[in-house]
Design a protein around this ligand. Structure first.
Ligand SMILES: [Zn+2]
Length: 350
């Protein structure tokens, strides 16, 4: 797997490593050179395989005002996290989307080491998290414009994160429940602007369905197609018509937070999406992990296994076919995280 990725990645870099722009035509997602961006470079989308779309390796909840790189020993975190990633790779996971944003413990060096030590493609992110009462926003999030914030995130895509050359594979932001605060609206707008320059998908931690609809409105107002947007934590909204509305417009609806206690609830979300013929817009993951910075040896670590050991067997019991399971765990993630600009107006040709 690693070797094949390496070879295909090499081809990609020399031949067609470029951001594609498309207008109301998402056929490119099926093209053989469509790619995802991992901490070790681009990977052809159709080789990404079984993907966990929302997980964490390490998180530090100390807050944007106190966070610093010296708050944990990277080797200790690496040793703690590695067995869980090996376990999930053995279970069949090939691509792992790490959703910890900047100012919450994003550590791209650590993720690259973990990727190299396992067979996993790991994807990291750019962007700021404005949920949790804005505790994880740096002061400049308040003083800069959406365009200025987007410029910072676009720079991470162009030059790599923190001088490493490691690129983000998506934009991660977060907002609380409706209504969005002014700064939350601004970071969603900044995410849309970043998408238009980078082709990175926009994942937004979302408090409830009304907040999701507000995000959708902002994204569309910037001429970004809903297909570029992932509604993270859609399980926080129990009203199905919100999920259906978002998915019918083309958005990705992410039911993360799968745990041993939530299997029935999560199977029902998928069952209802399937009944509406919207399974092709659903994503599902654990939102598990992680090394808790500040706790002894990283505290309690929730493993990434129960999708394999409990959820998929429960889906089969509910009548999901192998094709439908592959849709949710292989095809949908590859399309949701593919790098490509999804814009509603025709790009100018020159
Ligand atoms: Zn999360």
């Amino acid at each position: 797997m690693q070797r094949r990725n390496f070879i295909r990645t090499g081809l990609l870099l020399s031949a067609s490593y470029a951001i594609k722009a498309y207008s109301n035509n998402l056929d490119f997602l099926n093209s053989s050179d469509a790619y995802l961006m991992t901490v070790n470079g681009p990977v052809i989308a159709d080789t990404a395989g079984f993907t966990l779309t929302h997980e964490h390796a390490l998180v530090d909840f100390i807050g944007a005002d106190k966070i610093s790189p010296g708050r944990y020993i990277p080797d200790e975190a690496f040793e703690k996290i590695l067995p869980y990633l090996k376990e999930v790779a053995d279970a069949g996971c090939q691509t792992f989307v790490e959703c910890t944003p900047n100012y919450l413990g994003r550590d791209v060096h650590l993720l690259q080491r973990l990727s190299k030590a396992t067979s996993l493609n790991i994807i990291t992110n750019t962007g700021y998290y404005g949920a949790a009462g804005e505790k994880f926003l740096p002061p400049h999030a308040y003083t800069e414009t959406a365009t200025q914030l987007a410029a910072r995130w676009i720079k991470e895509w162009e030059d790599g994160i923190d001088g490493t050359g490691i690129k983000p594979g998506f934009i991660k932001t977060g907002v609380d429940k409706y209504p969005l605060s002014a700064v939350q609206q601004k970071i969603v707008e900044a995410a849309a602007l970043t998408h238009l320059s980078t082709g990175l998908s926009i994942g937004i931690h979302t408090g409830d369905g009304d907040a999701a609809m507000e995000e959708l409105k902002i994204i569309k107002s910037k001429d970004v197609l809903p297909d570029a947007w992932i509604w993270i934590h859609a399980q926080n909204e129990s009203r199905r018509d919100y999920h259906f509305k978002a998915a019918k417009e083309g958005s990705w609806v992410s039911f993360d937070g799968v745990s041993p206690g939530s299997i029935k609830k999560h199977v029902n979300f998928l069952r209802d999406m399937k009944a509406e013929k919207l399974l092709h817009k659903a994503l599902i993951s654990h939102d598990a992990g992680w090394y808790h910075v500040g706790e002894i040896n990283g505290g309690d670590f929730r493993n990434y296994n129960c999708i394999f050991t409990e959820l998929i067997p429960a889906m089969k019991n509910e009548g999901f076919t192998q094709n439908e399971i592959e849709q949710v765990f292989i095809k949908n993630p590859a399309r949701a995280f593919v790098v490509g600009i999804k814009k509603t107006k025709k790009p100018s040709t020159n």
